[in-house]
Design a binder for this molecule. Structure first.
Ligand code: ATP
Ligand code: MG
Length: 580
């Protein structure tokens, strides 16, 4: 058979650099041909959209190559961690549609790590330093200047062993001593200048309680945990590039030259997800929650997975977005519009079309009999014939959108204005005859006459009109609250802006956040009307409110008080606003 080089190229192109690496490793038989990854969140907050990118990579890579991915909580800092976060993280990963083989905790390895640290002290590769953090930092040197040795660097092994035990007995204060790896105070990688590997923390741990008072630092826990578990590919984000040599060194020390095959985890880094108009990082998100900028971690304006869920994003839309932005070695600022177009595309396929009026004004059809009610068919989803249809009631008085009527309309206004005809969606064509206004000029009611035989399928249904508007029957509609959301931040790159303001004004992050916050990011409309069909909607149901956008039933919605969140508008209004 003739070769098909073109096809080969196409296939190669669609692999990202990590997939290429994994395939190469498999072909070379590295790690016995296994693929094992892990997703290692610190349970110090809820997951955000950036984590979704890491999750899709970690779980996706294992799935694709018949391997496994474990969930490992990196719980080495008890002051910030909590089981509330552990539970939320698990819920979010499952919701995104991924499955972890095992649930592990870095705290499962505290004993092994402790024993390893003792070994290092005995081998002269670690020592207890009694200086405070500031002094240690001041001795680090600069990238061009070597650091200064700690006066404790060459203390006797036994002294370090005794003190290390004391660091865990409770008799020493936090910050009074640390254990440092003895590497090279002149190393050109600053992380090698005798890094701190253990520090005293007296806050009880969410899993191990008060058993430990001394905890391993990230660099001393992460690679070793990978090794203990048999991770083959340790995938993380670019800020860990300088940590990689240290990761490898500790694993070399751990293997002690006994295990000479190449069975070891290897760290590979990819670019972080960074979205415009969005601030990620759990630290910042926690501040938003604590300071009351938002109603909680799942406020629909939050870039958390639970925020997006509540807002009406689907797992498929998030995965589609992550897939589209891809993985590279370069930092980028991704456009929010890409994320919104992914959710629009997905909801277009699945959301039931309904009528809802979010800025209501009454439309009275003066020639339609009072008390008469017709039941009309409304197609659920034109994209999906299987979705069927539902009934809507039509009567003399309807709610329509206020901006679908204009008194002195320009020629190009094709909606309701005196003398103009429009179609009422799924119903008749009507001719606008005028309106009634309040003393202040506000339009109170709009009047029209319906034209018989203009419903779909009827004799005059082909009559030409330039637009179709949506409506709900006033006697049958249900009042509902609708929440419209906008960006939380006014600036395109809030991460840099936050840093800039803090530097310029020498202020704390919250003060800076107040200056960047979009005070109009939530608009609540308590008095909207939705069609009867929505009476028994359940939280997280997705709808398209015709001509307005995609909406989702809020978790606090009840049959007596319906609440809908706008997921996204129908069109990309944001790019237009930006372009102005
Ligand atoms: P944050 O600074 O937001 O708290 P983190 O990196 O401290 O994030 P972890 O819980 O330690 O959060 O991270 C778990 C995994 O998620 C890590 O492998 C990390 O690299 C990855 N991750 C975190 N933020 C992003 C992001 N914006 N894009 C891609 N991956 C991310
Ligand atoms: Mg972190």
């Amino acid at each position: 058979m003739a070769e098909n080089p073109e096809n080969e190229i196409t296939e190669k192109k669609s692999l990202n650099f990590i997939e290429e690496m994994v395939e190469k490793d498999l072909a070379e038989g590295k790690n016995g041909g296994r693929v094992q990854t892990r997703f290692p969140p610190e349970p110090n907050g809820y997951l955000h959209i950036g984590h979704a990118k890491a999750i899709c990579m970690d779980f996706g890579m294992a799935e694709k190559h018949g391997g496994i991915c474990n969930l490992r909580f990196d719980d080495t800092n008890p002051t910030k961690e909590d089981t509330e976060y552990v539970d939320a993280i698990k819920e979010d990963i499952s919701w995104l549609g991924f499955h972890w083989e095992n649930e592990f905790y870095a705290s499962d390895y505290f004993q092994q790590l402790w024993d390893f640290a003792i070994e290092l002290i005995k081998e002269g590769k670690a020592y207890v330093d009694e200086q405070d953090q500031e002094t240690i930092l001041s001795q680090k040197g600069t990238p061009t200047q070597p650091g200064i040795d700690s006066p404790y660097r060459n203390r006797p092994v036994q002294e370090s062993l005794d003190l290390f035990n004391k660091m865990n007995s409770g008799e020493l204060e936090e910050g009074s001593m640390v254990l440092r790896a003895k590497i090279d105070m002149a190393h050109n990688n600053m992380l090698f200048r005798d890094p701190i590997i253990y520090r005293i923390v007296k806050t009880p741990h969410h899993r191990t309680g008060t058993k430990w008072k001394s905890y391993p630092m990230y660099d001393f826990a992460h690679g070793q945990s990978d090794y203990f578990e048999g991770v083959t590919h340790s995938l993380c984000t670019l800020e860990f590039v300088p940590h990689r040599p240290l990761y490898d060194l500790f694993i070399d020390w751990l293997k002690k030259g006994q295990d000479l095959d190449d069975n070891r985890p290897r760290q590979t880094e990819f670019n972080k997800l960074n979205l415009n108009y969005t601030l990620l990082s759990k630290r910042n998100l926690l501040a938003l929650v604590k300071e009351g900028f938002v109603s909680g971690w799942d406020d629909p304006r939050m870039p958390t997975i639970c925020g997006y869920r509540r807002r009406g994003y689907t797992p498929e839309s998030i995965r589609m977005f992550v897939d589209r932005i891809g993985y590279t070695k370069f930092d980028a600022l991704n456009d929010m519009a890409l994320m919104e177009s992914a959710v629009r595309e997905d909801l277009n396929r699945r959301a039931t079309r309904v009528a809802a009026v979010i800025d209501p004004v009454k439309l009275v059809i003066t020639n339609y009999p009072e008390g008469k009610v017709e039941e009309l068919d409304a197609i659920n989803n034109p994209e999906d014939p299987e979705a069927g249809s539902h009934k809507v009631k039509f009567s003399r008085e309807l709610w329509i959108e206020r901006d679908d009527f204009m008194e002195d309309a320009p020629a190009k206004y094709f909606r309701l204005t005196q003398g103009r005809e429009v179609r009422l969606k799924n119903a008749y064509i009507v001719l606008c005859t005028g309106c009634k206004k309040a003393a202040d000029g506000t339009v109170e009611e709009v009047y029209c006459e319906y034209i018989p035989n203009t419903k779909t399928g009827e004799s005059d249904s082909n009559r030409k009109v330039k637009s179709t508007i949506h409506w709900v029957s006033a006697a049958h509609a249900i009042q509902a609250e609708v929440r419209l959301y906008d960006r939380l931040w006014q600036c395109e790159n809030p991460r840099d802006e936050l840093a800039r303001i803090r530097e310029e004004q020498n202020c704390d992050p919250v003060t800076a956040m107040h200056q960047m916050f979009n005070k109009n990011s939530l608009e609540t409309r308590p008095c909207c009307y939705v069609e009867e069909f929505l009476a028994d909607t359940k939280p997280l149901d997705h709808f398209q409110f015709q001509r307005i956008g995609y909406f989702c039933t809020d978790k606090d919605s009840t049959p007596d008080h319906l609440i809908f969140n706008r997921t996204v508008s129908l069109k990309d209004t944001w790019s237009k606003v930006k372009g102005k």
